[in-house]
Design a protein around this ligand. Structure first.
Ligand code: ATP
Ligand code: MG
Ligand code: FE
Length: 332
């Protein structure tokens, strides 16, 4: 079957073609405009999706060397995400399916981040643990089957991606700051600055205390030395990144111990972080886990993960009707 996947939950418009479970194209149109505002502006995002959606789908079709008539079904992100953004992808997918009289599959964006692990080998076997870390979410999920997922823990305040992005703002770095902190961290000393680890006994996370600690630390240092940030950027970034990674992985370690599950995956935009990837690999070696790390292009938002999730729904004839509406909030 030829499946068209559509993603429009935040600020990436993406379309992908999946043929019999294989991704043939994955086109991503990012929206640079938000960098001017230090974060995603919902109204601008939905307008940009409207401009990008048709050319992005056209490119995905061309790149896969198929014709639009060859498409057998459409999968789209129903939520969670920005409602205005979701509406563009949802409306496009519904119209496309209606006009061509083909089935429609709704996909949960957070499940899709996890199911990105089924795009290429090696694929995890069920059950496995997945740490999903993105711009809006931080979750530890026990993945029992493609669409049977149990939330073991989540953030009580900021998401891990937000912790990176808000820290970047404190450091006067542009949005999104995660990739830049990653870059500076490579040159820095992770032990240069002591940052707190929240004391939470269950599998939940908190990042707001860390954010405040970073703010006070930077303000204090800048009083002593106005050039603090320019002189110590790499050390600050390395210390922040190392603390975020240790907060995340200490909970993964706890979840693996409690569940006895030894297959551990990461997913979502922050899984592109090189410090997290390396630390998870090291931990896997130490604890005898089989570790799954997505390719960079499947970490941040993309339609390949939507198409692959849609393919699994297609196999079960799990379709939705034209009355389906997007949802800003959805659980895994
Ligand atoms: P959600 O999936 O929760 O709805 P989202 O779709 O906006 O949120 P993603 O696109 O999955 O999130 O991820 C974006 C986030 O990933 C941003 O916060 C960004 O800073 C972060 N990120 C991307 N690359 C890196 C990196 N190398 N290091 C740290 N963070 C990163
Ligand atoms: Mg994004
Ligand atoms: Fe996402």
């Amino acid at each position: 079957a030829v499946i068209l996947g559509i993603e429009s939950s935040c600020d990436e418009t993406s379309a992908a073609i999946c043929i019999d479970g294989e991704i043939k194209s994955n086109i991503i149109a990012s929206q640079a405009i938000h960098a001017n505002y230090g974060g995603v502006v919902p109204e601008l995002a939905s307008r940009a999706h409207q401009q990008h959606i048709i050319p992005t789908v056209d490119q995905a079709v061309q790149h896969a060397k198929i014709h639009k008539n060859d498409i057998n079904a459409v999968a789209f992100t129903r939520g969670p995400g920005l409602l205005g953004s979701l509406l563009v992808g949802t409306s496009f997918a519904k119209s496309f399916a209606l006009a061509r009289q083909i089935p429609l599959m709704e996909v949960n964006h957070m499940q899709a981040h996890i199911l990105a692990h089924f795009i290429e080998d090696p694929k995890p076997a069920f059950p496995f643990l997945c740490l999903t870390v993105s711009g809006g979410h931080t979750q530890i999920v026990l993945v029992k089957d493609y669409f049977e997922m149990e939330l073991l823990g989540q953030t009580l305040d900021d998401a891990a991606g937000e912790a990176f992005d808000k820290t970047a703002k404190i450091l006067n770095l542009p949005y999104p700051g995660g990739p830049l902190i990653d870059k500076y961290a490579k040159e820095g000393n992770a032990n240069a600055f002591k940052l707190p680890e929240p004391q939470i006994s269950d599998l939940n996370f908190s990042f707001s205390g860390l954010k405040t600690a970073i703010l006070y630390m930077v303000q204090g240092e800048e009083k002593k030395n106005p050039n603090f940030l320019s002189e110590r950027m790499a050390d600050v970034c390395a210390s922040v990144q190392s603390r975020i990674v240790s907060i995340l992985l200490n909970k993964v370690k706890k979840a693996a111990k409690e569940t006895g599950v030894k297959q551990v995956a990461i997913a979502g935009g922050v899984s592109a972080n090189s410090g997290l990837r390396q630390a998870l690999l090291d931990m896997g070696t130490r604890y005898g886990w089989e570790v799954f790390i997505p390719k960079f292009e499947y970490c941040t938002d993309n339609a390949a993960m939507i198409a692959i999730a849609g393919y699994q729904k297609y196999l079960k004839s799990d379709f939705v009707g034209q009355d389906v509406a997007p949802l800003a909030r959805m659980h895994v």
